[in-house]
Design a protein around this ligand. Structure first.
Ligand code: NAP
Length: 257
C-alpha cells in the first residue's frame, strides 16, 4: 500500500499491538493501522524479520516499535507489553494474529505434542497475551482476533485441527466481548485464502490452487490489504457499536448464513 493511498487517519494518537506481524496479514494490518496514524508495535520470532519490517514501516513514516516475541514464550509476551507501556504508556488496539499448522495429519492421527502446540499458539497464547495487556487497555479499546473461513467448516485432513482452533476463536470472541464490555470491544476477522508464506503449499501447486479458487465468488484470492481493511474497520471507532462479531473476508467463499 502506498503512503499516498486515500485512507483515513482513524488511529491518530492510538497505540496498536499486532502479533506475528513482520510479514503477511499481520504486517499488512500493522501497515494499515500505522498509515492511519497509529503507533504500531510489531513482533515475530526472528530478530532479522523484525528489523526488516521495522525498516519498511519507518520508510512510510510510521511510528513503530519492533520486538522479538514468539507468542508462546511467556517472558517475550511480558516484555512486549512492558516495552509498549514504557514507550507509549497505553494500549488501544490488540490484533491477535499468530497461528501455526504444525500437523499434516487428520485429527485422530495427530500426536499429543502437536495438539498441544497448535492449541498453545493458536488459542492459549492469545488469552495469555490479553491477560498481560488488559490492565493497560484504554476505555474504548478494541481487540481483533484473526480466525479463518475454515473455522466455519473445518475441512477433513491436514487443516482439520487448525480449523478447530479457528472455530474456538469465534467462541473466544463472544466470551471476551461479554467479559470486557463496555470498556473494550472484541471482534474477529475470518480471512479466506490469501497468498502468503503460510499458504505457499496451496498457492504453489496448480491443482490444489485451482481447487481452492473454484468456490470464490470474486474469482481471486484475498490480499493482505483486504484483511487489513476489515481489521482496521473493526478496530476503529467506526465500529464502536460492534462487539462479539466476526467478519468473513473471503470473496464470497461458503462460510455461514
Ligand atoms: P505468514 O505470511 O506466514 O506470516 C506469519 C507471520 O507470523 C510472520 O511475521 C512470522 O514471522 C510470524 N510468526 C509465525 N509464527 C509465530 C509465532 N509463533 N509467534 C510470533 N510470530 C510468529 O502468515 P499469514 O498468512 O499472514 O497468516 C497470519 C494469520 O492469518 C494466521 O492466524 C492465519 O491462520 C490467518 N489466516 C491466513 C490465511 C491465508 O490464506 N494466508 C487464511 C486464513 C487465516 P517469524 O517467522 O519471524 O516468526
Amino acid at each position: 500500500m502506498e503512503k499516498t493511498s486515500k485512507i483515513g487517519r482513524r488511529f491518530e494518537g492510538k497505540v496498536a499491538i499486532i502479533t506475528a506481524s513482520t510479514q503477511g496479514i499481520g504486517f499488512g494490518i500493522a501497515q494499515r493501522l500505522g498509515l492511519e496514524g497509529a503507533s504500531v508495535v510489531i513482533s515475530s520470532r526472528r530478530q532479522r524479520n523484525v528489523d526488516e519490517a521495522v525498516k519498511k514501516l519507518k520508510e512510510l513514516e510510521i511510528e513503530v516499535l519492533g520486538l522479538v516475541c514468539h507468542v508462546s514464550n511467556a517472558q517475550q509476551r511480558k516484555n512486549l507489553i512492558e516495552q509498549t507501556i514504557q514507550k507509549y504508556g497505553k494500549i488501544d488496539v490488540v490484533v491477535s494474529n499468530a497461528a501455526a499448522i504444525p500437523s499434516g495429519n487428520a485429527i485422530l492421527q495427530t500426536q499429543e505434542f502437536a495438539l498441544d502446540k497448535i492449541w498453545e499458539i493458536n488459542v492459549k497464547s492469545s488469552i495469555l497475551l490479553l491477560q498481560d495487556a488488559s490492565p493497560y487497555l484504554t476505555k474504548g479499546s478494541s481487540i481483533v482476533f484473526i480466525s479463518s473461513t475454515s473455522a466455519f467448516q473445518p475441512p477433513a485432513g491436514f487443516l482439520a485441527m487448525y480449523g478447530v482452533t479457528k472455530t474456538t476463536l469465534l467462541g473466544l470472541t463472544k466470551a471476551l466481548a461479554a467479559e470486557l464490555a463496555p470498556h473494550t470491544r472484541v471482534n474477529c476477522v475470518a480471512p479466506g485464502l490469501v497468498p502468503t508464506q503460510f499458504t505457499e503449499y496451496i498457492t504453489s501447486n496448480e491443482t490444489i490452487r485451482k481447487e481452492f479458487e473454484k468456490p470464490i465468488l470474486m474469482k481471486r484470492f484475498g490480499t493482505t490489504e483486504d484483511m487489513a481493511a476489515a481489521t482496521a474497520y473493526l478496530a476503529s471507532d467506526d465500529a464502536s457499536y460492534i462487539t462479539g462479531e466476526t467478519i468473513v473476508v473471503g470473496g464470497g467463499v461458503p462460510s455461514r448464513l
